[in-house]
Write a protein that binds this ligand. Structure first.
Ligand SMILES: Cc1ncc(COP(=O)(O)O)c(C=O)c1O
Ligand SMILES: N[C@@H](CCCC[NH3+])C(=O)O
Length: 431
């Protein structure tokens, strides 16, 4: 078996600060979600820079389903980016953290009446209508309140994105949006446009998540612009904004080859400009709403190794004090991660381990077969690339408390989410 030098297994962005981790573990305990503000700021800056252009207004929105806490919401508002929300809960948290509702885009395939009413009352800037029934319900709510609401319609452009089945969103049977291939699509758009209380500003699409083929985004843009031309020509309805969603792939392991956003986005914007000019569409605004690619590699999770077990079948387990309750992705999507032992960073690789969590579930494995130096009880294990869809998908299965979260910024660290207590877990129980 050939084992590579240990350091190459570590995501570059976090290598420089490996020495900090034992201090953080001492101060905050483990398991611990760690969020690096410096790299997040840098990514926001790169995205914003790459969107600048002389043709139309652009806005960067953060898909807050990927991770949302009051502290993250505060950063979003400080960095002047908008928020993609998918529930009244996300609107509530975003606003509490300082995001202006006018900078929110409200998505979701079954927004409840209460949620729509809440969004309208909070003066959420844009509601992304998912389907014809929702448009009808929204208009009724607006009529009752005597209000007008800016909206986009979510379309499914039918672009095939090569990603995990569960995180594809634009195949023909997707539950999201209305299809451009629906024979009633023009009627649907016309009736939404004609509602007195809905200001239909344009269209939205999102073709899936963790996508590495930049061509898929170009194809989706072509489809959307072509469709916008059809709507403009056949219905005389102007499309002023297109929101192209998120979905840019990120690095988890060596198999992932993300494209460079700073290179891709200016070309994408240029392409959108050229195509919209060719089709005679006067776009005022273009929006994108990445989640994962803004935060994933700013996040890591620090665990403590507990027991180590050699099975009769020959597998060597190193158990951690967390697992699928703080990171469901390996169990849900066979997602892969890299990890390191911060206190043994210079030691040579010794053995292959399976990193398993403590939940009562055989599938509670965070990393299958990772080569590490000799792992001992009490070692710290740092799993990289957990900044998105980890905290936001955490659960209390087995009544395991959700870990604390700490933000680091250079030498500074501060707690942003307290570790759950057992009392917190049963806070809503009634005896
Ligand atoms: C509508 C919408 N926008 C944005 C996102 C963010 O995706 P990602 O985190 O892959 O950038 C998602 C999630 O897939 C989504 O459903
Ligand atoms: N939660 C998924 C992505 C879903 C994106 C939201 N539509 C993940 O962890 O990869």
């Amino acid at each position: 078996m050939h084992l590579e030098p240990y350091q190459t297994k570590v995501n570059n962005e976090l290598v420089h600060s490996l020495h900090k981790y034992s201090d953080l573990a001492q101060q905050y305990g483990t398991p611990l979600y760690i969020f690096d503000e410096e790299s997040f700021r840098e990514r926001v800056y790169n995205f914003k820079n790459a969107l600048e252009n002389p043709y139309f207004e652009t806005e960067l929105l953060f898909a807050s389903k990927s991770v949302l806490t009051l502290a993250i919401a505060k950063l979003i508002s400080e960095y002047g980016i908008g928020q993609d929300v998918v529930s009244a809960g996300e609107i509530f948290t975003g606003k509490k953290g300082g995001v202006q509702p006018s900078k929110m885009y409200f998505h979701g395939n079954n927004k409840l009446d209460e949620e729509l009413a809440f969004a309208v009352d909070q003066e959420v800037g844009t509601i992304v209508i998912d389907n014809r029934m929702e448009a009808d319900r929204l208009n009724n709510i607006l009529e009752q309140k005597g209000k007008k609401q800016r909206a986009l319609l979510r379309l499914n452009p039918g672009v095939e994105a090569h990603t995990h089945e569960y995180i594809k969103t634009a195949n023909l049977d997707s539950k999201f949006g209305e299809s451009v291939f629906d024979e009633k699509i023009e009627d649907i758009i016309e009736s939404i446009y004609n509602y007195d209380n809905i200001d239909l500003a344009g269209l939205h699409c999102h073709i899936g998540s963790q996508i590495f083929d930049s061509e898929s985004f170009i194809k989706a843009a072509d489809e959307m612009l072509h469709f916008a031309q059809r709507i403009q020509t056949n219905l005389n309805i102007p499309i002023r904004e297109i929101n192209f969603g998120g979905g840019f792939g990120v690095y988890y392991t060596e198999e992932d080859k993300p494209f460079d956003i700073a290179e891709f986005l200016p070309n994408f914007i240029e392409h959108v400009h050229e195509k919209s000019t060719e089709y005679g569409i006067q776009l005022d605004k273009v929006t994108i709403e990445p989640g994962r690619s803004l935060v994933n590699n700013s996040g890591s999770t620090l665990y403590t190794i507990g027991d180590i077990k050699q099975t009769v079948g020959g597998k060597k387990y190193a158990f951690i004090d967390g697992g699928m309750t703080d990171n469901i992705r390996p169990a849900l999507y066979q997602a892969e991660y890299e990890a390191a032992l911060p206190n043994k960073i210079n030691e040579p690789v010794k053995e292959t381990y399976t990193i398993a969590g403590k939940a009562c579930e055989s599938g509670d494995v965070v990393i299958n077969n990772i080569d590490l130096p000799q792992v001992e009880t009490g070692d710290l294990l740092l799993v990289n690339g957990t900044g998105s869809y980890n905290y936001s998908m955490a659960s209390n299965y087995n009544h395991i408390p959700i870990p604390a979260m700490v933000h680091i910024d250079g030498e500074k660290s501060y707690l942003t989410v307290k570790r759950q207590s057992f009392e917190d877990i049963i806070a809503n129980n009634i005896l």
